[in-house]
Ligand binder design. Structure first.
Ligand SMILES: [Zn+2]
Length: 181
C-alpha cells in the first residue's frame, strides 16, 4: 500500500482572504491565487513515491454561493500548476451531518480506498485544527503550519514553514521504512 499526503487547499495550496479572523475561500477563478511556491516541495514528495491529495470543505456548494462549474475551473488551474494526484471536496454544510466535512475523516478514508493508501503511514498538511483532528481520527500524522487556526487540540507537529513540513515528512517516511525493514 502507498503512503499519501493529504493537503488542505485553502491557506496551503491557494491564498485566502481573512475576514474577522476567519479564512474566506475564493469563489471565482478570478479570485483564485495558487501558491506556486509550493510546487517544488510537492514535486519532492511525489518523487519520494507519496500520493498527493488535496482536500477541501466547500460548504458554499450546498449553501448555493459556490458554483460547481467555477470550482471545477479553479481546480483545473490548481492541477495545472501543482503535481496533485487528486482533489477531494466536501460540498456539505454542517447541518447536512455528512461524514466528509473536516474535522471528520471521510475525505481521507475515501481517498485511501480509491488510491490504496495506508492511512497509518500517511500525512496531513494544513494550517487548521480541523485537518489535525481528521488526521487523528484516520490514524495519519498531522503537520500543521504555524497559524492563527492551529487551535489547542491534538496535532503531531507545528512547524514554521512548508519547507520544514516537507523535510519532516521525508525524514519520517524514511524512518518508517527503516523500522518496517
Ligand atoms: Zn461532506
Amino acid at each position: 500500500m502507498k503512503q499519501g499526503v493529504f493537503i488542505e487547499r485553502d491557506g496551503i495550496l491557494n491564498q485566502v482572504q481573512v475576514d474577522r479572523q476567519h479564512q474566506v475561500s475564493p469563489l471565482t477563478l478570478e479570485e483564485f491565487r495558487v501558491n506556486e511556491a509550493i510546487a517544488p516541495l510537492l514535486t519532492k514528495l511525489k518523487a519520494a513515491g507519496l500520493v498527493l491529495i488535496a482536500t477541501t470543505n466547500q460548504p458554499g456548494l450546498s449553501r448555493g454561493y459556490q458554483s460547481r462549474r467555477e470550482l471545477d475551473r479553479m481546480h483545473d488551474l490548481l492541477r495545472g500548476i501543482l503535481p496533485l494526484d487528486d482533489i477531494l471536496v466536501c460540498p456539505h454544510d454542517e447541518t447536512d451531518r455528512c461524514p466528509c466535512r473536516k474535522p471528520k475523516p471521510g475525505l481521507l478514508v475515501e481517498a485511501a480506498f480509491k488510491w490504496l493508501l495506508d492511512l497509518d503511514r500517511s500525512f496531513v498538511i494544513s494550517d487548521k485544527w480541523q485537518d489535525a483532528e481528521a488526521a487523528r481520527t484516520a490514524g495519519c500524522t498531522s503537520l500543521l503550519l504555524h497559524s492563527a487556526w492551529v487551535g489547542d487540540g491534538h496535532h503531531d507537529f507545528v512547524l514554521q514553514d512548508l519547507d520544514a513540513i516537507v523535510e519532516k515528512i521525508l525524514r519520517l517516511r524514511t524512518a518508517g521504512r527503516a523500522v518496517a525493514a
